[in-house]
Design a binder for this molecule. Structure first.
Ligand SMILES: Cc1cc2nc3c(=O)[nH]c(=O)nc-3n(C[C@H](O)[C@H](O)[C@H](O)COP(=O)(O)O)c2cc1C
Length: 335
């Protein structure tokens, strides 16, 4: 379905807390469109959020994770051994995580189809052609996230309406289908150019946008919209954890890096002690490593210790400001 983005700005789906129905409502009230994040939630929890927005007549989207290949037992076991001092430090027990977890992918797709969600986006892979066709029949606009021209070409074959072109500068997990070699070095303008030369689909740019100049530049370069996440982490309506809000406002963290240390999949976050200690050893094993480190992260967050928490953020993090979502949207779309 051809969707007309009235505002150049999309409030990104942000799994792990920041995305709330309040954030999506505030984005819509300000003329933009926001996404709910289905990642890590049970289908029931997603259904409750969708029910809250469904009757509202507001534009909104839902983002769904594609399942990834099972992790290697030996690699997870070895990383588990390496993390034992962290478990001791925070007084937690490390789980033996499942090697495969589909994050309820089929149920979440079914929910999106049944609820006729206006916009449905995917990350971490390419959905089957049948999934895209089912969503189209339900009236949804379908978006696939890509991180390279190669991924854009393979995504185009399943018939999406838009691609999110996610640069290495983006906050949190990369959508990459090749997590082993991913270095997060691409910027949004250059990746947009590369992908535009490879596929004939409307493109949504993402990664590192902190200012109206960044947004304007990407729209002038041909993007139909810009999907920003980090800029909204301090929004009043976001569900960002207090430990992350405090870290972002502290001035103590001065750079972001890409790491697999927290989850086994490359993700960009504020550089802290845990990243420095474990990035080199962390295997490609998502979401097994996500489950493995959950107790450590939860205990650190409860102690308001930002040094062992995944403080996901993109390279534009220093531009993020607290305040109402409407104000942040106005600032990013100022002409
Ligand atoms: C805290 C956080 C969580 C995120 N969670 C998701 C997610 O669940 N699904 C998704 O497709 N993208 C997710 N993203 C990535 C965004 O969709 C987008 O690519 C990114 O925020 C753009 O870069 P920026 O953060 O520099 O604006 C997340 C980003 C952040 C900062």
């Amino acid at each position: 379905m051809a969707w007309e983005f009235e505002s150049p700005l999309i409030v990104a789906p942000m799994a792990g807390g920041p995305s709330t129905t309040a954030l999506v409502r505030a984005a819509a009230a300000a003329g933009a469109v926001g996404f709910l994040a289905a990642g890590y939630k049970t289908p029931d929890a997603v259904a409750r959020e969708v029910a809250d927005l469904r009757g509202s007549g507001l534009p909104y989207g839902l983002n769904i994770f594609l399942p990834t290949a099972p992790a290697d037992q030996a690699a997870v076991d070895e990383y588990r051994r390496l993390l034992q001092p962290e478990a001791d430090r925070y007084g937690v027990e490390l789980p033996h995580p499942p090697l495969f977890d589909d994050d309820h992918f089929p149920a979440k797709v079914r929910l999106a189809v049944d609820a006729r969600i206006p916009l449905v986006s995917f990350t971490f892979g390419v959905p089957d052609r049948e999934v895209v066709a089912d969503l189209h029949r339900a009236g949804s606009t379908v978006i696939v996230t890509v991180t390279s021209a190669v991924e854009a070409r393979s995504s185009a074959t399943v018939g999406p309406d838009f691609l999110v072109v996610q640069a290495g500068t983006a906050g949190a997990h990369s959508a990459t289908t090749e997590p082993e070699g991913y270095d997060g070095s691409s910027t949004a303008p250059e990746l947009l150019r590369e992908v535009a030369a490879s596929v004939d689909l409307p493109l949504i740019a993402a990664g590192g946008t902190g200012t109206a100049d960044d947004v304007r530049g990407l729209i002038s370069a041909g993007a139909v919209a810009v999907q920003a996440g980090t800029a909204f982490l301090l929004a009043d309506e976001a569900g960002t954890r207090p430990v992350q809000r405090a870290a972002m406002l502290s001035g103590r963290f001065t750079e972001t890096v890409v790491t697999r240390a927290f989850t086994g999949r490359p993700a960009r976050g504020l550089r802290n002690r845990f990243i420095d200690a474990y990035s080199a050893a962390a295997p490609v094993a998502y979401p097994a490593v996500h489950h493995l480190t959950t107790p450590i992260r939860a205990a650190a967050a409860a102690r308001e210790d930002p040094e062992a928490v995944n403080l996901w953020a993109g390279t534009g993090f220093a531009e993020a400001r607290p305040g109402p979502t409407a104000e942040i949207i106005a600032r990013l779309t100022k002409i």
